[in-house]
Write a protein of this length. Structure first.
Length: 199
């Protein structure tokens, strides 16, 4: 059955919308990646315009449902660069859950896994580069969630007083970026992908 479906992993670049339609002429979209996707293929979920990293595209609606339905609780891991020197207390706050705004309502995030990275992940420089301020250090952390509210990682970090400078999704369940570079597209085998996603 998988042979009628197409599956792709991409490294979505910064400044690119997670869609093929172009709301305004100046917007960059997935159509600008230089890859000819089948017309019925769409992204599963999204990454914000100013976020980067792993995104799955497919025409398999069942996979779409299983990955996006919160009841399946699929984990997603992000490498996050923040402004300032993050502390263990902040890491614990992120792990325990934080009250953020979702729409106009307050929402308590679910427990997450967070850890401070001693050095940044092996990623190419972002284009455009992250702003650099000589007197203010930056920190990298790894954050794994099983939910995906709108701009959740950014809101969680901002609430702790550490605004996000760069946000890269590196993993969905056991599917990894695995050395992909910004803008890369990789065609996937459906059975292998579902195994990695635990579906």
């Amino acid at each position: 059955m998988d042979n009628i479906y197409n599956y792709y992993a991409i490294f979505k670049p910064y400044g690119v919308l997670s869609q093929f339609s172009r709301p305004e002429p100046h917007h960059k979209t997935l159509a600008d990646l230089g890859f000819k996707f089948p017309k019925d293929v769409y992204p599963v979920g999204r990454l914000d315009n100013d976020s980067e990293g792993l995104l799955i595209l497919t025409n398999d609606k069942n996979l779409n449902h299983q990955l996006l339905n919160p009841s399946f609780a699929h984990s997603r891991t992000y490498a996050v660069q923040v402004d300032g020197q993050i502390t263990n207390e902040v890491i614990k706050m992120l792990e325990d859950g934080i009250a953020i705004k979702v729409g106009k309502k307050s929402y308590q995030t679910m427990p997450a896994n967070a850890k401070l990275l001693p050095k940044g992940p092996s990623l190419a420089e972002r284009d455009p580069p992250v702003r650099f301020r000589k007197l203010i250090p930056t920190s990298w952390l790894e954050l794994t969630l099983i939910e995906g509210k709108n701009r959740q990682v950014r809101k969680m970090c901002a609430k702790t007083g550490f605004p996000v400078l760069r946000l890269v999704r590196t993993r969905i369940e056991k599917l990894l970026l695995n050395g992909m570079q910004s803008g890369d597209v990789k065609k996937l085998d459906g059975k292998d992908l579902k195994k990695l996603l635990g579906i």
